[in-house]
Design a protein around this ligand. Structure first.
Ligand SMILES: [Zn+2]
Ligand SMILES: [Zn+2]
Ligand SMILES: [Zn+2]
Ligand SMILES: [Zn+2]
Length: 411
């Protein structure tokens, strides 16, 4: 009786559950940063499980179970004081159901049916009476802290953890042995929040047969809604970067009317883009280069393109121009910025070149070759030594040579 009334009150509140009132993403945001708890009765079958068993009995053509039916997995044959349990139906749920139909309806349940009911009941029975958990979006715990010592997201799939951390609708739900800070971690799973339901996957819980299911049961209890197993992929893959445990098995938690038709979902989390030339995975924007709408890995980009040091434009490598310092330019900038040393023909930047009196440029090395050129004291252009004229201590190029007296030939 107690269990039944409890289930009734839950059915009423389900008319407008938390999950239906607010978007799940906002809901989780508002719950972040502290521990929560939810309580059930040890050994009781979840509302979800009860529905599945009732549905199964209906499907195999059996009349309904009475309203007073006890939905615990096990009703002990003996009471705590050792005396016989006076209840009419005792033992495991499949055994009690079989006895009920035999006694009341004179029909015998097949072994197969009993096994099926037993499996449903076992799967949907709460393993615990109390669940303590939090929701986080930073996944910075040590591998193994939440029974997840076998998770590959801490080793060869570290990238997956990083990718999920960047997704604004992905959380970890982490379970603890109690509600206080010193209570240690015991379990965890990933959650992707959708508008009005959650996807739960890759659960870890030591000694629990199906951790993701157990976590989903606790979440459905907390959010007061249903849960259901689905086939889960990410970008069509089970064993991609974002590896999904249980050969691609996940759970949805949400209002029954929302999740009842789901059987297959995709997380649709972008894990990596590919280089358009060599197919290499590009995980990070910094490792990928986009040119005219196509994405290249670092190596292919540098094989194919260059970026002009002057104007920054990206062009194909065959259009690149280099100066003698190996600085790269587009053709236009090269023509504007780079000049050729008149003496050694090295290509040098105009703004660093030395001008001559005869409208040419010299590199520093050639200009300082004393025996050949001299710097004009007036215009600072370089002049052939033989044409330089001296006036006092000043040296003049051919263009600046003073007409006044006292000018000497240097050579
Ligand atoms: Zn490439
Ligand atoms: Zn340029
Ligand atoms: Zn030179
Ligand atoms: Zn001069």
């Amino acid at each position: 009786m107690h269990n039944e009334s409890r289930n009734e009150s839950r059915n009423e509140s389900r008319n407008e559950s938390l999950a239906e009132r607010v978007g799940m993403q906002n809901k989780l945001l508002s719950l972040e940063g502290r521990r929560h708890s939810v309580e059930t009765e040890n050994g009781i079958i979840s509302t979800n499980g009860i529905e599945l068993i009732i549905e199964y009995l209906h499907n195999i053509g059996l009349p309904e179970l009475p309203f007073w039916w006890c939905w615990k997995y096990d009703v002990p044959t003996k009471l705590e004081d050792g005396s016989k349990n006076p209840e009419e139906y005792v033992g495991s749920l499949p055994k009690r159901i079989a006895r009920f139909y035999h006694k009341e309806h004179k029909c015998k349940l097949s072994t197969e049916s009993k096994t099926h009911i037993g499996n449903l009941a076992a799967q949907h029975t709460y393993e615990d009476a109390y669940y303590y958990f939090d929701f986080v979006q930073t996944f910075n715990w040590e591998r193994g802290e939440f029974s997840d010592s076998t998770s590959c997201f801490w080793t060869e799939r570290l990238e997956a953890k990083r990718i999920m951390e960047k997704e604004e609708n992905v959380w970890a739900v982490r379970f603890f042995s109690g509600e206080l800070p010193h209570h240690a971690g015991i379990a965890r799973a990933w959650i992707q929040a959708r508008k009005d339901f959650l996807i739960i996957f890759n659960g870890y819980w030591e000694d629990v047969i199906n951790p993701t299911l157990e976590i989903s049961k606790a979440m459905s209890l907390f959010f007061d809604c249903n849960y259901k197993q689905i086939s889960l992929r990410n970008q069509g893959e089970v064993k991609g970067t974002l590896w999904i445990n249980g050969e691609g098995s996940g759970y949805v938690v949400g209002p029954k009317k929302v999740i009842k038709n789901f059987s297959k979902l995709d997380l649709e989390i972008e894990t990596a883009k590919q280089c358009c030339l060599c197919d290499a995975n590009i995980y990070d924007d910094r490792d990928g280069f986009s040119v005219s709408g196509r994405l290249y890995c670092r190596d292919c980009y540098h094989d194919q393109f260059f970026s002009c040091s002057e104007c920054g434009s990206v062009e194909r490598i065959e259009n690149s121009w280099y100066d003698s310092d190996d600085t790269v330019y587009c053709e236009e900038c090269f023509n504007r910025v780079v000049v050729c040393c008149w003496q050694c023909h090295n290509e040098i930047r105009k703004d660093q070149a030395n001008q001559t009196s005869f409208s040419q440029y010299l590199c520093d090395v050639c200009a300082r070759r004393d025996s050949v050129f001299v710097k004009c004291s007036h215009c600072e252009r370089y002049e052939f030594t033989e044409y330089v004229r001296k006036c006092g201590s000043d040296l003049y190029c051919i263009l600046c040579q003073p007409t006044k007296q006292g000018v000497e030939n240097v050579s």
